[in-house]
Design a protein around this ligand. Structure first.
Ligand code: MN
Length: 505
């Protein structure tokens, strides 16, 4: 019950631009220095996906072949380009037009400093990325192709970190474009913001979102073997503090909860799904609203999950967990619940009736508990109770369907410790101080039409989501330390104009 490594078997292709003008000896040095750079970046340990150096690109046909192959290769999830020398950019047009993978323009060079005493014209001719990358940058901009730009010497850890974050976003995009989302039940009745256009979502994000009848889940539940249930219960005991009653008088409830998890997992696996949603209004003959099972989708399996039929947040949680793989923290459904207006300690408490996942990190070992639930009309559900661990520069991200497009809305937040023990609260919760402060954050969130459901991500931060949004071509409005309501309102208006003009579909 661990998440599959989403980076395994994946590659980022590294294409170096030059031209034939310089002769064989110069091209030999270009290839050798490119090899040194790629090897150093791979050895940095800061880029989770392997960079693969390809043959130096010297012609229009060569560039086109490189881009077509990168686009067709399932292992390749992104392309880095760097102009070692001057590579006349018209030779990049046909290739860039054929590229279907995320693009990063690296603006680096082999030498760290100008060799003041020895630099001559030969050295200048060989090492002119500052020149060549500008020629190339022009054509990428002219073609309107989105890309991340990273500037700096390749030995600088900050350069490798930026490439690494982008590689995580590429993996998130790869996961998004291969995602199958399992819906058990439709959207919660009458709720607006969790609705959306599933057909458009598949065009934009590549995620295929479909429904399976709850009757099928009930049949899968009936078919679960006891051994699988007991194995899951053993995993609960290993990872959580299990309330004594659940191992005694309430053991049947624990068994049912684990059996529901087994049924859901079996259906997900049988259908190749990596994100799921349920709805408390549509549970068929299931005995409990899934609690611990839903919480373990992100934490145990690395899958997305959201409640009340909110498939958009489930998609984000899956992407967040892929982007953050291997880092401390993770991604989970979150829901704004309650404000603390104490001056100097303004904060938001987020929670959900059951489904917040310990994937985002917990202060103490989660406890597995059973409590009544006032809605849904089912048996008392078993759920994990915990408080999310403090984390600076976490984010909450929501995805809203704003009629003609999707909008991602992100707030940079600091997760903090609660000011009391919350001992009467029978569900998982997080406290956070939003940037720049509660008043501005909430005003801008409301202005932007953000959802009450969000994906909280404590592993990767804003940069990964910015890279992801650029790759996906989706609007991203960010509320951060520099946000003011007046400027944010204007930014939304400009975004509206931009995305209408830029809509190529
Ligand atoms: Mn909700």
């Amino acid at each position: 019950m661990t998440m599959d490594n989403p980076f395994e078997g994946k590659e980022i292709w590294f294409g170096v631009g030059s031209q034939d003008l310089y002769g064989e000896e110069a091209l030999r040095q270009v290839a050798q220095q490119s090899r040194e750079i790629v090897d150093a970046l791979n050895a940095s340990g800061r880029i989770p996906v392997k960079l693969v150096l390809k043959e130096t690109l010297r012609s229009s046909d060569g560039v086109r072949r490189f881009m077509v192959d990168a686009s067709a290769d399932d292992a390749c999830i992104g392309v880095v380009t760097w102009m070692h020398t001057f590579s006349p950019a018209k030779m990049w047009i046909r290739g860039l037009e054929a590229l279907k993978k995320p693009l990063l323009q690296l603006n680096t060079q082999h030498h760290f400093e100008i060799p003041w005493e020895t630099i001559d014209m030969d050295f200048m001719n060989l090492n002119q990325a500052a020149h060549g990358d500008r020629e190339y940058g022009y054509i990428v901009t002219r073609l309107g192709i989105p890309r991340k730009i990273v500037v700096g010497h390749y030995t600088d850890p900050a350069v490798a970190d930026k490439i690494g974050t982008w590689a995580r976003a590429c993996a998130g995009w790869d996961a998004s474009t291969h995602m199958n989302v399992m819906r058990w039940g439709d959207n919660m009745r009458n709720v607006a913001v969790t609705e959306g256009d599933k057909t458009e979502a598949e065009r934009v994000f590549g995620a295929s979102i479909n429904t399976w009848a709850v009757n099928e889940l009930v049949a899968a539940y009936d078919a679960v073997k006891d051994d699988q249930v007991k194995e899951i219960i053993e995993d609960y005991k290993a990872k959580y503090e299990v309330a004594p009653s659940l191992l005694d008088t309430d053991y049947e409830s624990l068994f049912i909860a684990a059996k529901e998890e087994a049924a859901m997992v079996n259906m997900m696996r049988a259908n190749g799904c990596t994100a799921g949603v349920d709805n408390f209004e549509d549970l068929g003959a299931l005995p409990q609203l899934p609690g611990v099972a839903a919480q373990r989708f992100p934490a145990g399996y690395g899958w997305g999950f959201s409640a009340e039929g909110d498939w958009k947040t489930a998609v984000l949680v899956r992407i967040g967990n892929v982007m953050g793989y291997g880092l401390e923290g993770g991604a989970s459904l979150m829901e704004d619940y309650s404000y603390n207006f104490t001056p100097g300690n303004e904060m938001i408490m987020g929670s959900h009736m059951l489904e917040v996942s310990p994937s985002v990190g917990t202060i103490a070992k989660p406890t597995l508990e059973i409590h009544p639930l006032g809605i849904g009309g089912k048996a008392d559900p078993v759920r994990l109770v915990f408080t999310v661990a403090p984390k600076k520069d976490a984010v909450v991200v929501s995805l809203a369907d704003v009629r003609e497009r999707f909008r991602l809305l992100m707030n940079v937040v600091d997760v903090v410790e609660p000011l009391g023990d919350l001992k009467e609260l029978p569900c998982a919760r997080a406290l956070w101080k939003p940037e720049p402060n509660l008043e501005v954050s909430a005003e801008c969130w409301l202005r932007g039409g953000g959802s009450h459901h969000t994906c909280m991500t404590t592993s990767v931060g804003r940069e990964a989501w910015e890279d992801f949004a650029r790759i996906a071509g989706v609007e991203l409005a960010t509320i951060d330390a520099d946000t003011t309501p007046r400027a944010f309102e204007r930014e939304l208006e400009l975004e509206d104009v931009y995305h209408r003009l830029n809509n190529k579909h």
